[in-house]
Design a protein around this ligand. Structure first.
Ligand SMILES: Cc1ncc(COP(=O)(O)O)c(C=O)c1O
Length: 376
């Protein structure tokens, strides 16, 4: 379907094209090349972390990270259900069991009490998610992980650049994952990264990312024979992708500024126009980067249909993972997570991206207002 106002669009300029063009025109190093390391250096610097490794997706980054942390069969990993399914699947990739905890309603992140209730002698890690660019209550979760000697692995896929009291998310955990999939804060089409303070973890991740190969040089540009010392995958980001990443990260502050200004515009206008919608408020020290603009609304499913008829795309982020066919019927999960289920039944993500015009935002707001006017 061709939408009059799509949910998202990529933000790009001539620098993206130039940098990708240069990587292609070099005629060399399309797989592994210097831009990969350069991009990793920029991510590490931006998130103020010593080590960063890129991957071909956030999902493979999380998968590799759990292997590197030694999470495996017999372990339990506490995850939210109000997330993209990859958060919960990652423990399953390594033979561990995802255990769903509920979220709190203010920031839609893992609820500390619910997490505490689910800690058992098998629990090895907690994977909190920073939903839609909003930092979860990560300091509380860090404390719980420390108190119970658990790993804290942040799924910051949606929250590149978000922070709490000036500290970027992704840097609170034993490691943090970010995604560069096409609808994220900055994007390389597909891609992801892990940041960590642990040199040991970084070295393990490097092996897992590329076939378990102990690389003494760029594999494709040397006659040196290399050994394979562990089981590994091809989870590498290509050099062409990294070139795009360099162009994107160069404008990340501009992108985030625009996202925050536009979110403010939506928030102000929607609250003026539609009394049915209650707006979230955040503490001063929480820096939201608005990867999504999501509201909880009454009559959500009818609103989606009405906006669809107006040519406006919206989306439900997220339907609970524990209620998917795979988790409920195939794996037999029977959890009841009241806050997750309520949020999932009321939330709607509106069109939102840095190039969205004020005119289109006004049209979305007007259509939402018309809908609620119509049902009064
Ligand atoms: C919360 C969350 N976790 C994990 C992922 C997976 O990232 P990717 O799409 O880069 O594999 C996503 C992306 O959609 C996400 O939103």
């Amino acid at each position: 379907m061709k939408w009059k106002i799509p949910l998202f669009k990529m933000y790009w300029d001539t620098d993206d094209v130039t940098r990708v063009g240069e990587a292609i025109k070099s005629g060399m190093n399309w797989a592994v090349g210097p831009q990969v390391g350069e991009f990793e250096g920029c991510i590490a610097e931006y998130l103020e972390m010593p080590y960063c490794l890129t991957f071909n997706s956030g999902t493979s980054a999380l998968h590799a990270d759990l292997i590197a942390h030694g999470v495996g069969p017999g372990d339990e990993v506490i995850v939210p259900s109000f997330t993209f399914i990859a958060t919960a699947n990652a423990p399953r990739f390594v033979g561990a069991k995802p255990v769903f905890a509920d979220i709190e309603p203010e920031r839609m992140g893992l609820d500390s009490d619910s997490v505490l209730e689910r800690i058992s002698h098998k629990t090895k890690a907690i994977i909190p998610v920073h939903y839609g660019g909003c930092p979860c209550k990560i300091e509380e979760l860090r404390q719980i992980a420390d108190d119970h000697n658990l790993l804290l692995i942040e799924d910051a896929a949606e929250a590149f650049g978000a922070s709490v009291s000036g500290k970027k998310v992704g840097s609170f955990g034993d490691s943090g994952m970010v995604s560069f999939c096409q609808n994220k804060v900055i994007t390389t089409g597909e891609g992801g990264a892990i940041v960590t303070e642990s040199r040991d973890l970084y070295e393990k991740l490097k092996l897992i990312r590329s076939h378990g190969r102990l690389e003494t040089a760029d594999y494709f540009s040397t006659t040196a024979v290399m050994d394979y010392v562990t089981l590994g995958y091809n989870f590498r980001m290509s050099n062409i992708t990294a070139a795009l990443g360099l162009a994107q990260i160069n404008k990340v502050d501009k992108i985030i500024k625009k996202r925050r200004e536009d979110a403010q515009y939506y928030l102000e206008k929607i609250s003026q126009n539609v009394t049915e919608i209650s707006l979230p408020s955040l503490p001063e020290n929480v820096f939201h980067v608005y990867q999504l603009f999501t509201l909880c609304v009454p009559q959500r499913d009818n609103l989606i249909k009405f906006l669809e008829e107006c040519g406006i795309m919206t989306k439900i982020y997220f339907s609970p993972v524990h209620q998917t066919h795979y988790y409920r019927d195939v794996l037999g999960y029977t959890d009841e997570l009241p806050v997750t289920e309520k949020a999932a039944s009321e939330s709607i993500s509106l069109p939102f991206y840095p190039g969205l015009s004020r005119q289109d935002m006004d049209e979305v707001i007007k259509s939402v207002k018309t809908f609620y006017g119509g049902i009064r």
